[in-house]
Design a protein around this ligand. Structure first.
Ligand SMILES: Nc1ncnc2c1ncn2[C@@H]1O[C@H](COP(=O)(O)OP(=O)(O)OP(=O)(O)O)[C@@H](O)[C@H]1O
Ligand SMILES: [Mg+2]
Length: 198
């Protein structure tokens, strides 16, 4: 896709692990612990000018233990492509919320919903809006990053799991848009409660 002019000798691109509208995430062939997110800029929807802001907000959100920080970044292809390297998180909540082995009891499902609300509440308390609330942008991992990441207790495991946000391309450090995010969080959690028959 990007050609040899986007190569980085330190981080060698491995296989595709997921993609969205403007980006694809890849494993790193020589480092199993990280992923690289490759963003293709779009003048109207995902301009190059937003790249630095995205990184700034991800690092800000990492400082309140709600995501993993950016460990490396670069732009290439005449500023048409941006690359971000970060710790590899295990799974999107979107892919696992239906998993009855992971969340066997009603209590587990309730804990997950409470965890989802807790991440956004903490985010909003720092005047940050995410801009794309949803299960696709929440990852679950058994690793603890930071001092007090949002923890969920599940009866299926004897250790806690942690929730982390990803995808800060629509995020803003202005309280103006928090109201929209709050509505989205309410809708999401209501929908989950109906889904689980809580
Ligand atoms: N830290 C991470 N660890 C593991 N996988 C990740 C990580 N960050 C992103 N991904 C994967 O890459 C995909 C795309 O990332 P992201 O959501 O940041 O970009 P996007 O282009 O906005 O996606 P979408 O349009 O689906 O919201 C995610 O759906 C996820 O599968
Ligand atoms: Mg996303």
């Amino acid at each position: 896709m990007e050609g040899s002019n986007c190569l980085n000798v330190k981080w060698v691109r491995g296989k595709d692990v997921g993609s969205g509208e403007f980006s694809t995430a890849y494993e790193i062939a020589n480092d199993g612990d990280h992923i690289m997110k490759v963003i293709t800029f779009d003048d109207d929807l995902m301009p190059y000018s937003k790249f630095d802001d995205m990184i700034r907000i991800q690092n800000l959100v990492a400082s309140i233990d709600l995501t993993v920080p950016v460990v490396d970044q670069w732009v290439c292809n005449n500023n048409q492509t941006g690359v971000i390297v970060m710790k590899k998180l295990t799974a999107q909540l979107h892919g696992v919320y239906k998993n009855n082995k992971l969340f066997p009891k009603l209590k587990d499902k309730m804990n997950m919903i409470a965890g989802i609300r807790e991440i956004y509440t903490r985010l909003f308390s720092h005047d940050i809006s995410h801009g794309d609330v949803g299960l696709r942008n929440i990852m679950i991992d058994k690793k603890k990053y930071g001092v007090s990441p949002v923890k969920i207790v599940v009866s299926s495991r004897d250790y806690p799991l942690y929730l982390y946000l990803i995808d800060f391309q629509f995020s803003l450090t202005s309280d103006k848009y928090i109201i929209d995010d709050k509505m989205a969080v309410d809708e999401l959690t209501k929908w989950m409660e109906r889904y689980y028959d809580l």
